[in-house]
Design a protein around this ligand. Structure first.
Ligand SMILES: [Fe+2]
Length: 500
């Protein structure tokens, strides 16, 4: 089975108490540990993609009018990114990239819809996905624009139009978004939605509709965006690319228009609710010259420069009293590598008296017991776990549990991008059901395989509420919830790092 509309088993770990415990009553990380719970697998049905004939994925603008408009956060609430695309993509044997300099990148904005007196300009680019093999088609994108707004008031609604005011009918409608609360220990956003493995299926539409009805202020998308790599360049899709196409194609193709379909479908959400994305394995998308991540790196804006990482794959940002860190499962994570060095510096800079909470997110889970991708990220865990603990990171969120899998041979190397296995499998016994292994380990408090979305509400310096909303329930029904309580004074680490 492929693509959930969202991460399934997501594990929340508090630094003070590692295991999040769930019971029939609303639980807290202070009340454990209790017996781990596994909810029997239900039939999640078959994931069916939205077809290219669905009006929600079709191009709705003409000429150079903007589409696929999206807002992302910068490193601080006083700044934000607005991104969009002008012009249409091309598919074919011979594609001619558009010239990004022909369409300007301007955002006009202000605090009232009829008074957009501030203006910011930005940059534009195109990317191509090239497969110079007989019978395959190439892709080149529309012009992708990224503009950073600065000097914003935190916690304030801003109206904006984007486009090129010098070209007739090339400015968007007026949209609006809310900046994040000011950085400080007493200020927190209302709801933060956490999704992953989103895709563009009818499960996706269910997840997104549920999520929007819960009115999040911010969306974290933890990788695996549109699954364009489950398609051939002729637009033929498959549930399982490696089963269906692997032997008949010279390279793992993708069908890049799926990205545009996804951007169009998501625009009503992304143009009004800031969304922060980090890469998953489905964004690797290898093309000629071993080039990877072209679409991911080009389409989204990241606060990479603002947070000192200079990489689209990992970055950080502050929202009220929370310091978010997005990490890369698919870039070098070794202690000797750039990501690790950046992470060390970033963590060292965090002042817990200003942002008491440090929350990290990435794609490939370290602690999952789900069969799919079981222990794939072990190398990353071995390299980085100690560092995150040493700085008392309060919570982590991951994704990547979207496909059927098998409990692996510890000596195998299922995914070269993940570096193989870094430790032998210490859990013994036969695999059963969809989990590895029969016996649920102590670090796993609750496991359930449903599509849905998570909502995190940080209440104050010490208390947060994590809720899991399943697609099969009403949007406001809680499938699972746990209070996450910070106890920094109990952590056996340098107290100066945790003072608040
Ligand atoms: Fe994944």
């Amino acid at each position: 089975m492929r693509r959930a509309s969202l991460l399934s088993p997501l594990l929340a770990a508090a630094a003070a108490v590692v295991v999040a415990v769930v019971s029939a009553e609303p639980a807290s990380t202070l009340s454990g540990p209790s017996r781990p719970v596994t909810v029997p697998l239900g039939d999640r049905g078959h994931a069916v993609d939205l077809p290219d004939t669905d009006p929600r994925v079709q191009r709705r603008v003409k000429g150079w009018a903007p589409e696929q408009i999206a807002v992302a956060l910068s490193a601080e609430p006083t700044s934000a990114w607005v991104s969009w695309i002008t012009g249409d993509f091309q598919m074919g044997g011979a594609v001619k990239p558009l010239d990004p300099s022909t369409v300007g990148s301007v955002v006009r904005y202000g605090r009232a819809a009829d008074s957009l007196l501030q203006e910011a300009a930005g940059e534009s680019l195109v990317y191509s996905q090239l497969y110079p093999f007989e019978g395959l088609q190439n892709y080149t994108s529309g012009i992708i624009h990224h503009v950073r707004l600065q000097g914003l008031e935190p916690g304030t609604k801003y109206y904006y139009q984007c486009g090129d005011p010098a070209i007739p009918d090339a400015m968007s409608d007026v949209h609006a978004f809310q900046t994040m609360p000011a950085v400080g220990p007493k200020s927190y956003p209302g709801k933060i939605a956490v999704v992953g493995d989103l895709g563009l299926t009818y499960n996706t539409t269910s997840t997104v509709e549920h999520m929007v009805r819960n009115q999040p202020d911010l969306v974290l998308l933890l990788g695996d965006v549109c699954y364009a790599n489950l398609y051939l360049t002729n637009g033929t899709g498959a549930d399982c690319y490696s089963c269906t196409f692997a032997k008949s194609t010279p390279i793992h193709e993708t069908y890049q228009p799926r990205w545009d379909y996804w951007g169009r479908y998501m625009e009503p959400v992304t143009s009004t609710i800031p969304m922060m994305v980090v890469e998953g394995n489905h964004e690797i998308e290898e093309q000629i010259h071993n080039k990877t991540f072209a679409s991911y790196s080009s389409r989204f804006a990241f606060p990479s420069e603002e947070s000192g990482s200079l990489s689209p794959f990992y970055y950080s940002f502050d929202v009220g009293g929370i310091h978010f860190i997005m990490l890369a499962s698919y870039a070098d994570y070794k202690k000797s590598g750039e990501q690790y060095r950046w992470l060390e510096k970033d963590l060292a800079k965090v002042d817990r008296s200003v942002t008491p909470w440090v929350i990290a997110g990435w794609h490939a889970p370290w602690y999952t017991t789900y069969k799919a991708h079981y222990r794939e990220a072990e190398c990353m865990r071995v390299e980085m776990e100690e560092l995150l603990y040493s700085y008392g990171v309060d919570k982590m969120a991951t994704s990547h549990a979207d496909e059927a899998g098998h409990c692996p041979d510890p000596a195998s190397t299922p995914d070269p991008f993940m570096g193989g296995f870094c430790a032998s499998n210490l859990t013994s016994g036969p695999a059963a059901g969809s989990f590895c292994w029969d016996r649920q380990p102590e670090y796993s408090a609750y496991r359930e395989s449903s599509f849905g979305h998570g909502i995190l509400e940080v209440k104050n310096e010490t208390h947060a509420l994590w809720r899991w909303h399943r697609n099969q329930d009403l949007y406001n029904t809680v499938g699972d919830e746990v209070h996450i309580v910070r106890e920094p004074h109990k952590c056996l680490i340098d107290s100066t790092r945790l003072a608040y």
